[in-house]
Design a protein around this ligand. Structure first.
Ligand code: ATP
Ligand code: MG
Length: 580
């Protein structure tokens, strides 16, 4: 491709709308343009990289026995009523009507459609297992579309669905996909870490998210310094050593604490550390009010809390609810004598002695609070947010905190959708059984953004060879010089003939401008031809990833580039697939 023909509108200025590096660079390098909030057009360079990501995904899904299909984006409401998700999905779903008033949505995900397909096409255990996948657009009316294509409202996803006859089959497919995902991301040059995540209220199911480690990531994760344990903080468990017990229990007493509401204020007032206090947080939904108890130096994990009481979501109680339940305004709730709500305590609270808590009255706190003696929780269960520095459940290591971009997720669904939509198969005995399902998503467009987030410097993108829109850029110092033109035209021709993806910068621009664009767009190999190198029939090669530069004879440029590309792509292949 000649640069003069390529639509690659690079920008010198950083676009005002962009906050994080990947968003800025993808706009500046001319990979994409915004059409509306969370909706983007992919320009030629961006689309080439996307297609490369898709090709890698296809290869790995096919190698794992996946079969590609294409499901409709426009989906009838009826199927979503069957699964009860038409309303449950909420505002994130784009809904619309046809000319006859029939309701549809733009698919935010495809469990309903695929389960409906399989329920009519699969009859017998002989047709199992079955793995179907597609790569196409998804639509989600995100509350906060942001960071460019990182969180879009229209985005490309690869979604695979597995259908098995039993739990062992599902387990096998789950781990097969897990390992396929490791290969996909490694081949994309992305450093990811699979983390345990919260499976939602379905319960008992297993899920891992694949996190691309990056400061700009929206997810908080922790991982162990010693073992393989890694989890999203929404799910993470940790161990903390409890204080030594004295066995000397003080009596319960009320203390007057005028205008003192927070743990910090109380600690200062009473001269005691936050770890001596019982923090009582009230949460509610339309059906219940829950008091969550954690130590004063800990935080309540609202997802763990919701799971503990068996609901999808709980939110912090409002002022009115707090007053109704505790008889006092916010800041004075405590477990002693608390009625009208379920009390859920973290195990660390039950180990406390002579603690301090709210007194359920204005300006009153309690001292000498002893869990078990002075109050009995309805449930004692882990509801604490794990923190970096806590001990890992393995007992050997310490948890380290990091931020990640969720680029993929694997999920054991079980029978949630086959049950709701009646998708069954007949076993050897002619008995009807529910299909056991798994679902496995990769954010294709988000993966592209995550790669840019991990692979860039101040000058621009540093594409891994496997994803670079073109591998090589040939830069003549002066294309109007006849002798340079003749040499680079021939070089361009030879590189093209050798099957190398190459751009010739034939623009009438200063060399500095061409070099800046080459760095910004991130071509892995730059080949420069100028008067000095021409004298010796040589060209200068520069590698974007390391900045390494060397001069080689013109006659060796093609083989050198070809070898470099082959080796770089091979290095990104995980061991098991090298040389295949
Ligand atoms: P998130 O928690 O980031 O909103 P999710 O868990 O809702 O994502 P899934 O339903 O698991 O997303 O979708 C599978 C994959 O699709 C995600 O792992 C992510 O890579 C990608 N994805 C999800 N939502 C978006 C979005 N709005 N824009 C771009 N990619 C997305
Ligand atoms: Mg997810």
């Amino acid at each position: 491709m000649r640069m003069s023909m390529l639509l690659a509108p690079t920008l010198r200025e950083v676009p005002a709308e962009a906050e994080i590096a990947s968003h800025k660079l993808m706009l500046r390098a001319g990979l994409m343009r915004k059409a509306a909030a969370g909706i983007y057009t992919y320009l030629p360079l961006g689309y080439r990289t996307l297609q490369k990501i898709e090709a890698i995904i296809r290869e790995e899904m096919n190698a794992a026995d996946g079969q590609e299909v294409l499901l409709p984006i426009l989906q009838p409401a009826e199927l979503w009523h069957e699964s009860n998700r038409w309303d449950d999905y909420g505002e994130e779903m784009f809904k619309l009507k046809d000319r006859n008033g029939r309701q549809f949505c733009l698919g935010p995900t495809h469990e309903e459609i695929i389960t409906a397909l399989v329920r009519t096409e699969i009859r017998s255990y002989r047709q199992l297992p079955l793995l179907l996948y597609q790569i196409q657009n998804k639509y989600r009316d995100e509350i906060r579309p942001r960071f460019g294509i990182m969180r879009g409202r229209e985005f490309i996803m690869k979604d695979l669905y597995s259908f098995d006859r039993d739990a062992q089959g599902l387990d096998k497919n789950y781990w097969k996909m897990y390992h396929a995902y490791e290969r996909v991301f490694a081949r994309c040059g992305l450093k990811t870490r699979p983390v345990e995540a919260d499976p939602g209220a379905i319960g008992g199911n297993m899920t891992h998210e694949f996190m691309a480690l990056a400061e700009a990531g929206e997810a908080e994760i922790v991982y162990c310094s010693h073992c393989d344990y890694a989890a999203n903080v929404e799910k993470a468990q940790s161990v903390i050593s409890s204080g030594k017990k004295t066995g000397v229990l003080e009596g319960l007493a009320k203390v007057s604490t005028p205008n003192i509401r927070t743990v910090e204020e109380l600690g200062e007032f009473l001269g005691r550390p936050a770890s001596d206090m019982i923090k009582t947080m009230l949460y509610h939904n339309s059906d219940m009010v829950v008091a969550a108890l954690v130590r004063g130096d800990h935080a309540v994990n609202d997802i763990k809390l919701a799971r503990a009481v068996g609901v999808m979501e709980l939110e912090l109680a409002d002022q009115a609810t707090i007053e109704e339940v505790t008889g006092a305004p916010m800041g004075f709730a405590g477990p002693v004598g608390l009625k009208g709500c379920r009390i859920i305590a973290d195990p660390t609270v039950m180990e406390m002695e002579n603690a301090i808590s709210g007194g359920n009255a204005v300006d009153v706190h309690m001292t000498g609070v002893n869990p078990g003696r002075d109050f009995k929780p309805d449930l004692v269960i882990d509801i604490r947010t794990a923190q970096p520095g806590d001990s890992c459940p393995c007992g050997q290591g310490t948890l380290i905190g990091a931020r990640g971009i969720e680029v993929g997720q694997v999920f054991k669904l079980g029978t949630k959708y086959s049950q709701a939509l009646g998708a069954t198969f007949l076993d050897e005995a002619g008995e009807e059984n529910l299909l056991i399902m798994g679902c496995y998503g990769i954010g294709v467009t988000r993966t592209m953004a995550a790669v840019v987030e991990q692979c860039h410097d101040d000058d621009g993108i540093i594409w891994p060879m496997s994803l670079a829109p073109y591998h090589v850029i040939v830069v003549p110092i002066n294309y109007r010089d006849e002798s340079q033109k003749a040499v680079v035209d021939a070089l361009y021709e030879d590189l093209t003939m050798a099957g190398i993806e190459v751009v010739l910068d034939d623009r009438n621009e200063r060399p500095g401008v061409k070099f800046k664009d080459a760095d910004l767009i991130g071509f892995p190999i730059r080949i420069t031809v100028g008067p000095r190198t021409l004298e010796n029939k040589e060209a200068e090669v520069r590698l974007r990833s390391t900045g390494e530069e060397y001069v080689i004879p013109l006659s060796e440029v093609v083989t050198n580039a070809k070898e470099r590309i082959r080796r770089a792509i091979e290095a990104e292949l995980p061991d098991s697939r090298r040389g295949r």
